[in-house]
Write a protein that binds this ligand. Structure first.
Ligand code: NAP
Ligand code: GLV
Length: 311
């Protein structure tokens, strides 16, 4: 049987993935072009932004393994077969990278380093009061693989961390809340709110004027999940009115972010080009290989997406 690698990778990036996957899956046939084999021989697809229709018409497909943690785009693609198990990328190396990005954002906000970077641009020498980590309340929205790692890293750095999920969960040192009824409470608490929710029908546009208004005046917002969680116009209005102080944004409704978008030059916005936690071929190829082996050996597949929940 054959594994189809269906991605938008090219050049060195594609070579790196092929090398990592071939080394993790010795003895497997791995192809990148559907046309190069009989469609009936493909039983596994490993995907990252697959070209439109790449997974349609594969009669023996038994596993779709995403190289991305978030599968919202795959779930929106009508050509992705709904009856084939879909596994998402769950890689401790990615969780660690996300925790580093969140720590950088929170530390920079706590100590005013983004404001000092703005001051440097205009040669302004001015110190601001120094806030301590243990007087900074951070709320992490989404306590899954990424959110949990972020919450734990922040707590171990001395921050006062609360979190929010749909199901009850316990994490040492974290004030974990769950369900829609608790959202106003966790929002009202936050001096810094970090979004690590999956993009689903329930979370699309969650960060709008109403949500920002539920927060105390002047917190900062960090979006490391998906751009469509945020209503951009409402975020800009909240920054303009002082309801929000600063936004750190890694993800955008349209990527790459168009050059004309006001976020690019906004003094209260710090931008990253969707790099908060990149999939690392060195570890992710091993994660994908585990599921390939599980399928071959008739074992349970790991990290399957619950299509009903959307994550
Ligand atoms: P995950 O393990 O599936 O965790 C999702 C968390 O969100 C869970 O705690 C879940 O709660 C909670 N949740 C889902 N819907 C909710 C709702 N309506 N209300 C409250 N809580 C809700 O996902 P993950 O691996 O941590 O990844 C999270 C997201 O990060 C991904 O979907 C992706 O969009 C994004 N991401 C971004 C990057 C980047 O580089 N920027 C990299 C990787 C991932 P329950 O489990 O209790 O239901
Ligand atoms: C990146 O955004 C991912 O979902 O892996």
């Amino acid at each position: 049987m054959t594994i189809l690698l269906a991605t938008d990778f090219a050049g060195d990036e594609l070579t790196q993935w092929l090398t990592a996957l071939r080394s993790a899956l010795p003895g497997e046939t791995l192809i990148t072009e559907r046309a190069s084999c009989d469609a009936a021989s493909v039983d596994i697809a490993i995907v990252a932004n697959p070209p439109a229709g790449a997974l349609a018409g594969l009669p023996n497909l038994k596993l779709i393994q995403s190289l991305w943690a978030g599968v919202d785009k795959l779930l929106r693609d009508a050509s992705v077969p709904v009856d084939v198990p879909l596994a998402r990328m769950v890689d401790p190396a990615m969780n660690a990278a996300m925790a580093e990005t969140a720590l950088w954002a929170v530390l920079s906000l706590q100590r005013g380093f983004f404001a000092y970077a703005q001051q440097q641009r205009v040669a302004q020498w001015q110190a601001h009061p120094q806030r301590r980590a243990d007087e900074t309340r951070v709320t992490v929205l989404g306590l899954g693989q990424m959110g949990r790692a972020v919450a734990q890293r922040l707590a171990s750095n001395g921050y006062r961390v609360s979190g929010w999920s749909t199901r009850e969960t316990q994490i040492d040192g974290i004030d974990a809340r769950c369900g829609d009824a608790q959202l106003p409470r966790v929002l009202a608490d936050a001096q810094i709110a970090i979004n690590l929710l999956p993009l689903t029908a329930a979370t699309t546009g969650l960060f709008d004027a109403g949500t920002f208004a539920r927060m105390r005046r002047g917190p900062s917002f960090v979006n490391l999940a998906r751009g469509a969680h945020v209503v951009d116009a409402d975020l800009l209005a909240a920054l303009a009115s002082g309801q929000l102080q600063h936004a750190v944004l890694d993800v955008f409704a349209t990527e790459p972010l168009p050059a004309s978008h006001p976020f690019w030059s906004h003094p209260q916005v710090t931008l990253l080009p969707h790099v908060a936690a990149q999939t690392d071929p060195r570890s992710a190829a091993q994660v994908a290989a585990c599921n390939v082996r599980a399928l071959r050996e008739g074992q349970a597949l790991a990290d399957l997406v619950d299509r009903r929940r959307g994550y």
